[in-house]
Design a protein around this ligand. Structure first.
Ligand code: URP
Ligand code: ZN
Ligand code: ZN
Length: 469
């Protein structure tokens, strides 16, 4: 049975107009005024509502084994929470252990992801490097459609790489035409600072941000950019031109120092892409002062930054400096997971939930507060991610031929975020109490209504793996 959405205001990264959208067999088949549709077509009235392309979250960690536990949302519950919040595609991370085969890790993650309710792709994290890893990077690029590789400059001693390994990843990705994405923090310095603090008995959650200050993120952001430049120069045997320099994508950028490193590099002709997350736009480091270990809910890396960085990031978003707002969705329950670090912040599993609230938070505090336009909202929540990660125009667009992944957003709706009502499988919400302007009224996934007026009707295993190119 087909689906027709009547009279909505279609908003894309460039346009805004009122029309009907007819979907059949999971694809948008027609867009126009007063469309004639086959008898029996399901109709949804979207008068007064926006019709956005389904949200894409290019940074999630479903059922990630990490820091002695596993993130609390699996691919079923996590993608379902995403659908409730208007996200219809995720790009998660395959993260091999150091010395583990990339292909073995790929099989593990691919198997876990089969229960997804929405379409999903993977970035491949490269956590060590040698000739075997190089061959496996080539293999997953060519055979599995994985066109982005991730390196961690943090988490040294676990999944973090050193600079020589990083150059190996940059070179291999360059030869494939793949993108390198980077978690930027000075990993060795962070470990040293963590240990210094702990030796002095400073082990509560509030010391977590002190062990990883913004300037150590800025240093690593600048370093990966300069290493990409150096590797490009070495390959070319001369100073690489802008077109010859390898682009890098900075994940979850949080601070002024990192943004300034990006601006400087762009000014010098380097291509650098930037992702941030709602928590870095909307929260400040006072959250770590909460009593009774509540600060642990906000322990993530990089940490939430002091006041001032948030407005700097909003400005970067409004002026095209930031391309994508993802979530880094990586939830851990306070009761039995965060508590592992009750006596030592170094043992608190790093991460928080966010996939369910990304779209409405960005609409409320971006569009409704007039910090970004509706078109920019669509661009940073969907279209740019599709373009950067090889999914456009199948995803990220409202076009004939695109996948029928759509969000009907009611700008007159209201809401209030709470762990009591969210679908994420955690007992805390870092945006607890945040008021929302507008609400996700309906989410259409592959041409089927999966969320409507608070009713979640997802289908376990309906999501498809996305090969990207
Ligand atoms: O604290 C975080 N961000 N946990 C997830 C892993 C990562 O660094 O992205
Ligand atoms: Zn990270
Ligand atoms: Zn992450």
């Amino acid at each position: 049975m087909g689906l027709v959405i009547r009279n909505g205001t279609i908003v894309t990264a460039t346009d805004q107009y009122v029309a009907d959208v007819f979907c059949d067999a999971g694809v948008i088949k027609a867009i126009g005024k007063s469309l004639d549709v086959p008898a029996g077509t399901q109709a949804v009235d979207a008068s007064g509502q926006y019709v956005f392309p389904g949200g894409i979250d290019a940074h999630t960690h479903m059922e990630l084994p990490f820091m002695g536990t596993t993130s609390a949302d699996d691919f079923y519950t996590g993608t379902a929470a995403g659908v409730a919040g208007g996200t219809t595609t995720i790009i998660d991370f395959i993260i091999p252990n150091r010395n583990q085969s990339l292909l073995e890790a790929r099989d593990f993650w691919m198997n876990n992801a089969k229960k997804s309710v929405a379409d999903y792709g993977f970035h491949m994290a490269v956590t060590w490097f040698n000739e075997q890893v190089k061959k496996e990077m080539q293999h997953v690029f060519k055979n599995d459609g994985i066109q982005s590789f991730k390196i961690f400059m943090a988490y040294r001693g676990a999944i973090g790489v050193d600079d020589v390994e990083l150059i190996g990843v940059l070179d291999t990705a360059h030869d494939l035409g793949a993108l390198v994405t980077s978690h930027c923090e000075h990993g060795d310095a962070v470990v040293a600072l963590q240990n210094r603090l702990a030796e002095r008995g400073l082990k509560e959650p509030k010391w977590h941000p002190k062990s990883r200050p913004s300037y150590l993120e800025g240093e690593a952001t600048n370093r990966v950019i300069q290493l990409a430049r150096a590797a490009s120069d070495a390959r070319n045997g001369h100073d690489a031109t802008a077109a010859e320099t390898q682009p890098v994508y900075i994940v979850h950028l949080t601070c002024k120092e990192s943004m300034d490193a990006v601006y400087r590099a762009r000014q010098a002709g380097q291509r650098v892409l930037v992702e941030t997350c709602p928590q870095y736009l909307l929260l400040d480091d006072s959250v770590y002062e909460k009593p009774d270990f509540e600060g642990a809910a906000y322990v993530m890396s990089p940490p939430i930054r002091p006041k001032g960085h948030q407005e700097y990031l909003w400005n970067a978003l409004a002026t095209g400096g930031i391309q994508h707002v993802a979530t880094d969705h990586c939830p851990f329950r306070q009761a039995d997971q965060k508590v592992m670090g009750k006596d030592d912040f170094r043992k608190i599993p790093n991460g928080a939930a966010g996939i369910e609230n990304r779209m409405s938070l960005l609409y409320t505090y971006g569009v409704a507060k007039q910090r970004i336009t509706l078109q920019q909202f669509v661009d940073v929540t969907s279209t740019q991610a599709a373009k950067i990660f090889g999914l456009y125009p199948r995803k990220g667009a409202v076009q004939v031929g695109s996948d029928a992944d759509l969000v009907l957003y009611d700008p007159k709706g209201t809401g209030r975020i709470s762990a009591k009502t969210h679908h994420q499988k955690v007992d805390r919400n870092i945006f607890e109490g945040f008021e929302l302007t507008g609400k996700v009224a309906t989410t259409v996934v592959n041409g089927r209504v999966q969320w409507q007026d608070g009713d979640l009707r997802v289908e376990r295993g309906a999501g498809r793996y996305l090969k990207r190119c």
